[in-house]
Design a protein around this ligand. Structure first.
Ligand SMILES: [Zn+2]
Length: 355
């Protein structure tokens, strides 16, 4: 897999703290695009084939990752936090984190947990850990000590990354696959797809604050006013928990998200994408999700947008780590590159008519 993914997953970027990711994307995009645009919340897009009379096609990942925010420091020097995005307290227990200062200095810490020695003999029934029960121990001796080490209310808290390739060389574990994967795919598109390949005006980039309610997708779609939108996002697979044939399996191709609670895949898009994948022998799997993606928000912009989510199968997202397969990466790349080169006035009209 391209090295740029490793760079991207290592960057810190909880919702509203996407600046380091945005700076990386801006630098990467600049030599490959006609113009860069950003909205006031921080979403960023490069335009390729600017001024084309063809349809406006928007492709996006999202820059934010699930994390937490510092909400206070108790008198013993432990740090209080609130979650940013949908994460259970349990998966953040007893893990290594970095608290990120304004200058991006990382203050390491660990979520405090009681060892069995301290609970032995207790009649207390173990309960599900609430996020507000979690405290981060940075090794400070008091509140003043924590402050003197650089802790402030409002700083982002991000899991420490340990990017690891599996022994068979086909899977990669890392934090933030959801959704630096989509950011990386947008950057690869900008690098590889030439103006001459296109019959559309192409906007490639990434949104902000997806994990807290698809906020950047709303503002970015109002800025771009696309005809077509493709969200590229990691989606959770249930295959390691005995899931069924529509709950995702890593290594089985891209996820065709035909339904989730906030979007039913446009029928014209479904026909177009499945026919194209079949024709080019690109592996895909039908996928139903209980969550939403940026496509849910963008479909409602202006008088409606033809949207689809191309899903990257991923295990264990919305925790401190996750796993993807490089075989799926290849299939996602193939379908996305193929359809981008096909979008023109006639095809988009044909998709629209198939509603
Ligand atoms: Zn996501």
């Amino acid at each position: 897999m391209d090295k740029l993914y490793r760079d991207l997953v290592d960057l810190p970027g909880a919702p509203s703290f996407e600046k380091p990711v945005r700076d990386y994307m801006r630098e990467f995009l600049t030599p490959h695009v006609d113009e860069i645009i950003e909205d006031r919340l921080g979403s960023i897009f490069g335009i390729i084939n600017k001024g084309s009379n063809g349809p406006k096609v928007m492709i996006a990942g999202h820059m934010d990752e699930v994390g937490a925010i510092v909400t206070g420091i108790d008198k013993t020097g432990l740090i209080k936090i609130s979650n940013l995005g949908g994460v259970h307290g349990d998966v953040f227990l007893s893990q290594h984190f970095d608290i990120i200062c304004d200058d991006l200095e990382k203050i390491p810490g660990v979520t405090a947990s009681k060892p069995p020695h301290l609970t032995r003999g207790s009649t207390e029934v173990p309960k599900q850990i609430k996020f507000t029960d979690l405290l981060i121990d940075i090794g400070a001796d008091s509140k003043d000590h924590a402050i003197s080490l650089g802790i402030k209310v409002g700083q982002q808290v991000i899991p420490r990354n340990d990017y690891t390739v599996s022994k068979d060389g086909k899977k990669i574990f890392s934090k933030a696959w959801d959704n630096r994967f989509g950011c990386g795919m947008s950057l690869e598109i900008a690098r590889d797809i030439e103006k001459e390949d296109l019959q559309c005006e192409l906007y490639v980039g990434a949104t902000v604050q997806e994990e807290v309610g698809l906020r950047g997708a709303q503002t970015a779609s109002y800025m771009i006013k696309p005809d077509v939108f493709i969200a590229i996002d990691c989606s959770p697979c249930a295959d390691s928990f005995g899931g069924d044939e529509i709950s995702g399996k890593i290594g089985s191709g891209f996820l065709l998200r035909f339904i989730d609670p906030s979007a039913i895949m446009h029928r014209g898009m479904k026909k177009f994408i499945t026919e194209t994948a079949d024709k080019h022998k690109i592996k895909y799997q039908y996928y139903q999700s209980k969550g939403g993606t940026d496509a849910a928000k963008v479909q409602l912009a202006n008088s409606g947008v033809l949207v689809a989510t191309i899903g990257m199968p991923a295990r264990y997202i919305h925790s401190t780590t996750s796993m993807i397969s490089i075989e799926d990466y290849a299939e996602v790349k193939k379908i996305v590159y193929t359809i981008i080169k096909m979008f023109n006035e006639e095809i988009v009209e044909e998709i629209r008519k198939n509603v």
